[in-house]
Design a protein around this ligand. Sequence first.
Ligand SMILES: [Zn+2]
Length: 70
Amino acid sequence: MPEPTKRCPYCQARITTDSKRCDVCDKKVGPPDEFNIAKKPFNWSGYFSAAVTGGAFFYFMYWLFVLKDK
Ligand SMILES: [Zn+2]
């Protein structure tokens, strides 16, 4: 019986289903989806920096149009 494999979403290499990291490109991969392609793990640090950047921009606009002229 062959070892169960999934595909890396980054480089399309075949890796074992339960591996957490691609053997070929060394990127983190999640469990396989319905097409047997590994899911990309959620990037919390990217999400957090995007939220901080968006929040800072929103506050800047608020400061520019609301607080500055008082
Ligand atoms: Zn890969």
